[in-house]
Design a protein. Structure first.
Length: 192
């Protein structure tokens, strides 16, 4: 049975790539179109990351996310591209999200909830009261409930693990440019 399903072994890397690519491309695009604000955020120690050489750091982040996301989508240089993207996710997790704990979205029922999330529940309850009294609450919640972003490390670490998997598996058999480039060079080598 294992031999029969081996022809599908490219499917998991493909699915990882299809999830990661739009996330990375969008993150890079947002940084690119808001370039001045991105550079300020990278460099400002009071309300940003306080990194040295903010223009260089912003350029590296945009390049890793925007160009890297496109290459991940194509499955081209997948293993190589995964490296700067993993670094970017670690920087995001530890420099941006670490102080917020694990959860990306506030959920007081989670065993991972901290004081910050418990406080968010009080704020959320008050926001719902205000919206019900002064807003069109049914319209506002027609596409989903009101939530409070906790901005924890959950997404950055999840993306890191997905990229780490791609680093080891590559873009996937049959479904990546890497696979077809390797086949081409293998054919060229065999013919010589």
């Amino acid at each position: 049975m294992i031999k029969k399903i081996q022809c599908f072994e490219g499917l998991p890397p493909l699915l990882l790539r299809l999830i990661l690519a739009p996330v990375m491309i969008q993150a890079g695009w947002n940084k690119w179109v808001g370039w001045e604000g991105t550079v300020q955020w990278f460099g400002n120690a009071e309300w940003g990351l306080g990194l040295p050489l903010p223009e260089v750091m912003a350029f590296l982040a945009v390049g890793a996310e925007l160009v890297g996301g496109i290459l991940i989508l194509l499955g081209l240089a997948t293993r190589l591209v995964a490296i700067p993207l993993m670094v970017t996710m670690l920087v995001a997790a530890f420099a941006v999200h670490w102080e917020n704990g694990w959860l990306a979205i506030s959920d007081a029922s989670s065993w991972l909830a901290n004081e910050r999330i418990e406080e968010a529940e009080v704020r959320k309850a008050r926001a719902v009261e205000i919206l019900k009294e002064h807003g069109n609450y049914d319209w506002l919640t027609a596409r989903g409930s009101i939530t409070i972003l906790n901005n924890g490390i959950e997404f950055a670490i999840t993306y890191f693990v997905m990229l780490l998997s791609l680093f080891f598996t590559g873009g996937g058999r049959y479904v990546s440019a890497d696979y077809w480039v390797a086949c081409f060079f293998q054919t060229q080598h065999t013919e010589r």
